[in-house]
Design a protein around this ligand. Structure first.
Ligand code: AMP
Length: 499
């Protein structure tokens, strides 16, 4: 009788008095306290009629309760469905219709609307950022549930919707073993122990903050300094008492923007991890110069958890995402799934215990995303170099086909980003009368860098790859995980080449 996630991450800590969550008000929740919170939430779920296999949605602030909700779901065998807090009610309406949750925990101000959206098919409870509301009240009144529902490795633990940058957002079905195998691989790979103190400033509706950070720290019995959101000054205040930080690239550029970041401030730190979006090689270099630490970049996605990581010991190579995690296989393949030799660019495909069970209620779509031999087609374009490091070149949908030639935006971006005065760039393909599509570079930096950028692209890139226009802007549109929204840029500059 077992429940792998609950047993390995919560059940083992029932008598563990060590702190798990350090909160902003100076108090802490111990591992045992967290297990009790999880038990009370499990009791609330039961009282709401939630059964094994039912979905439980959450569209609410990051609090200890909303974090513990995932594990409460695990205890009763329910499927956790976290929704990006930035989603509007219109968007939430789609997810609730698609996933049909039995319960939705939401912000108090949304409760009436969400209850209406559920049309009586599911219930609501509310919680606000300061942990008040009917969900908090129900937890306070509950006795911890002592029973744990049996679950197997292949039972669903969570349903995470993809960010939907290509077409409709799809629910990735993640099993107990998808999550736990990845947790174990990462904890070992990154040498986490009970002595670690992780700064947690990521959102908890996404795989990075929810599974990578939280599950790893629970697995090893470490602790987390729990921030509701990323605020550079608050993070800088905590660095001296922490050992690790997991962040998206924007965390690192924002920390670098502060004079307070220096070697002394991070002398207690052992690891800085970055992922969810490409880390500029320049940020990597600058961070090392300022702190003496080489950021460890890793690569993953909602559907697969983490796939690759730069080595903990050994060279962490800027601009690469490292090697496959133990148990995970990565290959670069052509459009028909034929593996390509090292050095060639193609689709990134992945196979392993971390790879999801399919898209929720989309069996046909699921089939088209997997090869016969079980490899998942990630939609990322990459290359494995002669030393085995994986380089992500972009998303397949961002590939520009100009006059029949393939252009990988990253190649152009790397040339432009090296120019003095350029902070970063995003190259997009726009409709072009002659070539079908042609590259345009959107550049963050000083307009005075224009001649130098022109010179760099002319000397370094074949003519068909040279951007037809250089547009200077003050910043690139990004989502909460730090990903540049190229679709947004294509919309904004859509007709630049057609008139
Ligand atoms: P998500 O499912 O929202 O986590 O997005 C996953 C996508 O983010 C991947 O398919 C990649 O395109 C991108 N991504 C994640 N980590 C990295 C990284 N270290 N470098 C480049 N792209 C990344």
């Amino acid at each position: 009788m077992a429940n792998p996630i609950y047993d390995a991450l919560v059940g083992i800590h029932r008598d563990n008095a060590k702190p798990f969550l350090h909160l902003a008000d100076g108090t802490a929740i111990s591992h045992a306290g967290f297990a009790s919170l999880v038990g009370r939430i499990a009791a609330v779920l039961r009282a709401q009629g939630v059964e094994a296999g039912d979905r439980v949605a959450v569209h609410a602030a990051k609090t200890p309760e909303t974090l513990a909700l995932f594990f409460g779901c695990a205890q009763v065998g329910a499927v956790f469905l976290p929704l990006n807090t930035a989603y509007t009610l219109d968007e939430v309406s789609f997810f609730l219709g698609d996933a049909e949750p039995k319960l939705c925990v939401c912000a108090p101000e949304e409760e009436a609307d969400i209850a209406a959206l559920l049309e009586g098919r599911g219930r609501t409870l509310s919680i606000s950022a300061d942990s008040t509301g009917s969900f908090a009240d129900a937890i306070a009144a509950a006795e911890p549930l002592t029973t744990v529902t049996d679950r197997g490795d292949d039972d669903l633990a969570a349903l995470l919707y993809t960010s939907g940058t290509t077409g409709r957002s799809k629910g990735a079905m993640l099993t107990q073993n998808n999550l736990l195998s990845n947790t174990r691989a990462l904890a070992a790979e990154w040498r986490f122990t009970a002595d670690d103190v992780l700064i947690h400033a990521l959102p908890i509706f996404h795989t990075h903050g929810l599974f990578v950070a939280t599950n790893v720290m629970l697995a090893v019995g470490g602790s987390m300094i729990f921030h509701q959101a990323f605020k550079a000054d608050a993070i800088l205040d905590d660095l001296p008492r922490a050992t690790a930080l997991m962040g998206v690239p924007t965390f690192y550029t924002r920390l670098l923007a502060s004079d307070r970041l220096n070697r002394e401030l991070v002398s207690h730190m052992r690891l800085f991890v970055s992922g969810s979006a490409p880390l500029l090689a320049e940020t990597h270099v600058e961070f090392e110069a300022r702190t003496g630490h080489r950021i460890l970049e890793r690569y993953g996605m909602t559907e697969t958890g983490m796939n690759t990581s730069n080595p903990y010991e050994g060279e962490r190579r800027a601009g690469t995402v490292g090697f496959p995690l133990p148990g995970t296989e990565i290959r670069i393949a052509d459009d028909s799934g034929q593996p390509l030799p090292n050095g060639e660019i193609g689709g990134v495909e992945v196979r392993g215990p971390n790879v999801f069970a399919g898209y929720w209620r989309l069996p046909e779509k699921t089939k088209t995303e997997f090869r016969q031999d079980g490899f998942f087609i990630t939609g990322d374009v990459g290359m494995i170099d002669e030393d085995g490091y994986l380089h992500i070149v972009g998303r397949a949908k961002d590939l520009i086909i100009s006059g029949g030639f393939n252009i990988y935006p990253k190649e152009i971006e790397l040339v432009i980003d090296q120019v003095e005065g350029v902070v970063e760039s995003a190259v997009i393909g726009l409709p072009h009368a002659d070539f079908g599509e042609a590259p345009v570079a959107v550049i963050v930096g000083d307009e005075t860098a224009r001649p130098a950028v022109e010179a760099a692209v002319t000397t370094s890139l074949a003519r068909f790859k040279q951007p037809k226009r250089l547009v200077f802007v003050s910043e690139l549109p990004r989502n909460t995980m730090g990903k540049v929204q190229k679709a947004e840029l294509r919309k904004q500059f859509g007709d630049l080449l057609s008139n």
